[in-house]
Design a protein around this ligand. Structure first.
Ligand code: TXA
Ligand code: MG
Length: 311
């Protein structure tokens, strides 16, 4: 159980430039004071993350986020409708925005998010500053959805880990870029594209080809288990451990026995961790539908299965 004193210790640690791993509804984040260049630099070092990868600043409320970035009418509409929740909005920085330029990796935009998690909100309120938090894993490895995953991946590189139990959503936030009156889906995630489109009344745009520069976190190989992967597997082959989905593709390791995509998202990274720990010759994964949260699940699986040379 988390005590009130654990949260105030963690907030103090952040204000003093430390690194604190904390739960959100999506995945565990590795937090640092976003206004402290040295603390932000420590995150890149702890994750062994490429320098050019910009970070999301986390705030306890939409009002706090509105102070840092310039929100168009539609961006504000999305913020008011979906925050707190698994949505990150990329907006232009306001002049005199105190967030470290290192966190933006040299871009003049800023990624902002209000997580839907009581412990995270309490921590952000007490810290009293924006907190940058990438997923709390070494770069390129599977994202953590429990405190044990964080400990296993980052160990002593983190000063403090707040354990809030397993994450309810299980995949990272959906990232929407709101620049020049365009709304671009940079990363599918825990909030389904269709849900966002129903609020704005038009389709989200796709990033132009070769847009890695605009969202450099989107390297092909990512979320990599040690074992190679085979996707859209309709049957199991010898040497493989099979991850199932729905009644048509049952397995002892099923993302969701009933075929529920929200349950599958919540189980995704935990199952990849568990199955990978069995040291299989290969991990085969049943076909996953591509609607709703299936878009984010298939995106993460595709990255997990991609050639590893870019990791
Ligand atoms: O659910 C989440 O979003 C988790 C939890 C901890 O909140 N955080 C997370 O952070 O996934 P990270 O650093 O692993 O992913 C940040 C994503 C990357 O794809 C990055 O390229 C994009 O956000 N991003 C950040 N700032 C950006 C910017 N200014 N312009 C475009 N993309 C940006
Ligand atoms: Mg990540």
């Amino acid at each position: 159980m988390i005590k009130a004193s654990d949260i105030s210790d963690a907030a103090r640690c952040l204000r003093e430039g430390g690194l604190v791993a904390f739960p959100t509804e999506t995945v565990y984040g590795l937090g640092a004071d976003a206004t402290n260049d040295q603390a932000v630099a420590r995150i890149f070092a702890a994750k062994a993350r490429p320098r050019f990868n910009p970070l999301i600043s986390h705030l306890p409320s939409a009002e706090a986020a509105f102070e840092l970035g310039q929100f168009s009418t539609e961006a504000r509409q999305l913020a008011e409708r979906f925050w707190p929740g698994p949505l990150t909005l990329v907006v232009p920085r306001k002049p005199r925005c105190p967030v470290s330029l290192l966190a933006s990796a040299g871009l003049d935009s800023l990624a902002l998010r209000v997580p839907d998690h009581a412990l995270a909100i309490a921590l952000l309120q007490q810290t009293g500053r924006p907190v940058v938090a990438p997923s709390a894993n070494r770069s390129g490895r599977i994202s953590p959805t429990t405190a044990a995953h964080v400990k296993h991946s980052l160990g002593s590189a983190v000063d403090l880990i707040l354990d809030g139990g397993p994450c309810s959503v299980g995949v990272e936030s959906t990232v929407v870029q709101c620049l020049d009156d365009q709304l671009v889906l940079l990363r599918p995630g825990g909030l389904a594209r269709e849900t966002i489109e129903s609020v704005i009344g038009r389709p989200l745009q796709s990033p132009p080809k070769g847009a890695a520069l605009h969202s450099p976190g989107q390297l092909e190989s990512h979320y990599a288990p040690n074992a190679p992967m085979r996707l859209n597997a309709e049957s199991w082959q010898s040497g493989e451990t099979f991850i199932g989905f729905g009644p048509a593709f049952p397995s002892a390791h099923s993302l969701s026995a009933t075929g529920n995509l929200a349950e599958a998202a919540a189980n995704l990274f935990r199952l990849l961790h568990e199955v990978d720990a069995l040291n299989p010759g290969r991990i085969a994964v049943a076909p996953i539908p591509s609607h709703g949260l299936g878009e984010a699940i298939n995106d993460r699986l595709r990255r997990a299965a991609a050639p590893r040379d870019m990791a």
